[in-house]
Design a protein around this ligand. Structure first.
Ligand SMILES: [Fe+2]
Length: 135
């Protein structure tokens, strides 16, 4: 059973963003399953790599929509994206340095991101985009 099942509470009501957010949920679930099987250390390197690819792709999409539609709260939102990228970069450095206990740190970071960014900051743009016909 997956740690996080996608449901409406995670939806930002913009399908392109929801589809990308589902990828992050899949990553969290894969990390969780690996940790449960005692294989966190085997997968954490590739998870970190996927997180940085995800960030480039997904934040790029959100930010291009902010620009296109002149979203007023873009600046603060983008600052949170930058903080995510920096944290993932720190994880990568720790991984390269052979740091232990990284899976747990990455997992707790991603759980917080889901709760605070996706279910908080991201959801604030729902009415804005929906009013502009982006659903
Ligand atoms: Fe975002």
């Amino acid at each position: 059973m997956a740690l996080i099942e996608w449901d409406d509470s995670l939806s930002v009501k913009v399908s392109i963003f929801d589809n990308q957010h589902r990828r992050l949920v899949d990553l969290i679930n894969s990390l969780n399953e690996a940790m449960r099987d005692g294989k966190g250390r085997d997968v954490i390197g590739s998870i970190i790599k996927e997180l940085s690819n995800y960030a480039v792709m997904h934040f790029g999409t959100e930010e291009s929509y902010f620009k296109k539609y002149h979203y007023a709260d873009a600046q603060q939102h983008i600052a949170e994206h930058r903080a995510f990228v920096e944290e993932v970069e720190r994880f990568r450095k720790e991984f390269d340095a052979g740091s232990i206990g990284l899976s747990i740190k990455v997992m707790s970071f991603l759980s917080n991101w889901l709760k605070n960014h996706i279910m908080g900051t991201d959801k604030k743009y729902t009415p804005f985009f929906n009013q502009h016909g982006v659903t």
